[in-house]
Design a binder for this molecule. Sequence first.
Ligand code: 13P
Ligand code: 13P
Ligand code: MG
Ligand code: MG
Ligand code: MG
Ligand code: MG
Length: 370
Amino acid sequence: EKITISVIKADIGGWPGHCKVHPALIEKANELLGKAKEEGTIIDFYATYCGDDLQLIMTHKHGVDSEKIHGLAWNVFKEATEIAKELGLYGAGQDLLKDAFSGNVRGMGPGVAEMEITLRKSEPIVTFHMDKTEPGAFNLPIFRMFADPFNTAGLVIDPHMHMGFRFEIWDIKEHKRVIMNSPEELYDILALIGAKSRYVIKRVYPKKGHKLPEDEPVAVISTEKLYEIAGEYVGKDDPVAIVRAQSGLPALGEVLEPFAFPHLVSGWMRGSHNGPIMPVPLKYATPSRFDGPPRVVALGWQINKDGKLIGPVDLFEDVAFDEARKKALEIADYIRRHGPFEPHRLPLEEMEYTTLPGVLEKLKDRFEPV
Ligand code: 13P
Ligand code: 13P
Ligand code: MG
Ligand code: MG
Ligand code: MG
Ligand code: MG
């Protein structure tokens, strides 16, 4: 029998600014999801935060894109927004872009990663939660987990993984997707996903002949682009992901290893800067320096035979990631000294805020031919 894991998140108000989720919002989520669990709508849940994004992790039997589950999440965000308004939190309701819920939250503002899977005898998973960045920030680490033998020893030495994986890649500007095979099309895959603001890995699947069903994802990433949904800037689409581990898949440590390198991502201050992504435990998921640098939290779970979430283990709460944090801070110092210059500041077309049209308008009579 299959169960579905859904991670649905939204920024419905920051405390203060864009720093953190206020505990009263998490309390509200716990209350409403607790009720839904008692009523049997969901099997289990955990509510938490990463920066200013409220994170709902749920297991249930309704499949992906379920009106019931998305409606539940929407309702949590709506009710928590009322509290956010009362507390005067910053940008209360920022990610709820439409007033009325119409079936599912995709395209409405909240970010969603979900997968329906046949549980293995033991089902270790990791949920990743990022703040101050965009979905393309997952391209490099997901690629490393499932396609890079220098990261994942299992690709070389585990007979169940040696065949590689399939990548579902979305063109988020043209709204098209393509499924590609690794390792056969490795260089073509990289040609796309290296352009991380446009091509994003949406899912990873096993190949035919793998011991897991080839139509059930082993990784899924949220790919909502908020600024395109609203037609203007409303907050960068701080993404989430679910990754299954072990037994024919990357081991837990192979899933986490890519984050030992704090790669550069876009986001940070005003969603308009490049900076390193810092792997942190929850207690440090409070981006404050120049509203960053961007953060990633990894929560580890075992899902039991009933679909219960046994966890979380706060996986970056390990001294083994101290050097990555130190490196991220060094890079942050270095790149910050560029101030408003590229490539710290994003190129014009990727900034979420820009005064350029206004500046050009003001100068339009003063520009002369050269
Ligand atoms: P254990 O021997 O601790 O089970 O670890 C096995 C493994 O595959 C680690 O990657
Ligand atoms: P969030 O996307 O986390 O709300 O951050 C927005 C921002 O402008 C930070 O400076
Ligand atoms: Mg915010
Ligand atoms: Mg955020
Ligand atoms: Mg946001
Ligand atoms: Mg953002």
